[in-house]
Design a protein around this ligand. Structure first.
Ligand SMILES: [Zn+2]
Length: 254
């Protein structure tokens, strides 16, 4: 872990805001030492798998745990913990309390909101990359083979990105000629035009989706946002305006 920190250089290391891992105690200890100011979140996929397994004989507790993962409010979280204690078997609740309620790493939305993730909540991307490395390297590979194969993987990745960009541009061109759904670039709304100009395509699509969504009064009351800040997961994960902020701005005539 220390070698990794050194390898990406100290300035970049200081910018690492969040690390997502499986619930592996040795990894958590190493990260806490080498990246003391970085938030640790647990992979959503891994958490689901473990909790599904652990609650297979706890049908009463399962829905409450699902709610615990989803809530963003601490008061609601604490009330659900009390509810869980009533619904759990005598052996399950002590396990859950020790391993999850007292777990300092983010595994539910309440704690995940404390750090930025750009919407990535699993280790799937890293696992995918790791499986490609394992396909071309093994314990008998020489140093020169390792370097050669790793460079090949990077080159293939670059070519994948280029291919996807070309396909996207072709689709945009087709849309401009009226084939398929209208292109984002043909939007005439000045706010959306500015979004498209300032952000990457991925972020712009997300922002236009949020801008065009119309949350109802109940949802607006729940998040109680202002015209620049919100407590919903999207705002904290991306540090970009969400549907609630856009709605507030519309209501204020901005
Ligand atoms: Zn929001």
């Amino acid at each position: 872990m220390a070698a990794f920190r050194e390898g990406i250089n100290i300035e970049l290391a200081l910018q690492v805001k969040t690390i997502i891992i499986d619930k592996e105690p040795s990894e958590i200890s190493a990260i806490s030492v080498v990246f003391p100011d970085t938030a640790i979140q647990l992979c959503s996929f891994h958490v689901s798998r473990v909790l599904n397994d652990k609650t297979s004989k706890e049908p009463e507790a399962k829905p409450t745990i699902y709610q615990l993962r989803g809530t963003i409010e601490n008061t609601e979280f604490q009330n659900l913990v009390k509810e869980l204690e009533v619904k759990s078997s005598p052996t399950f609740f002590p396990y859950f309390e020790e391993n999850w309620i007292n777990c300092p790493q983010g595994w539910g939305n309440r704690d995940k909101m404390k750090s930025i993730t750009f919407g990535n909540t699993t280790t799937n991307r890293v696992e995918n990359h790791s499986s490609k490395i394992k396909m071309v390297l093994n314990c008998h590979s020489t140093l020169s083979e390792v370097i050669e194969k790793l460079l090949e993987i990077v080159k293939n990745k670059d070519e994948d990105v280029l291919y996807r960009d070309v396909i996207e541009n072709l689709k945009d061109t087709a849309r401009n000629f009226g084939v398929g759904t209208p292109s984002l670039a043909s939007n005439t709304n000045p706010v959306l035009k500015q979004i498209l100009q300032d952000l990457t395509k991925f972020s712009a699509k997300l922002q236009i989706w949020e801008h065009d969504s119309a949350p109802d009064e109940e949802e607006m009351a729940y998040y109680d946002s202002t015209e620049s800040e919100c407590c919903c997961l999207l705002f904290w994960s991306f540090e970009l305006p969400c549907r609630h902020i856009y709605q507030k701005r519309r209501q204020a005539g901005l």
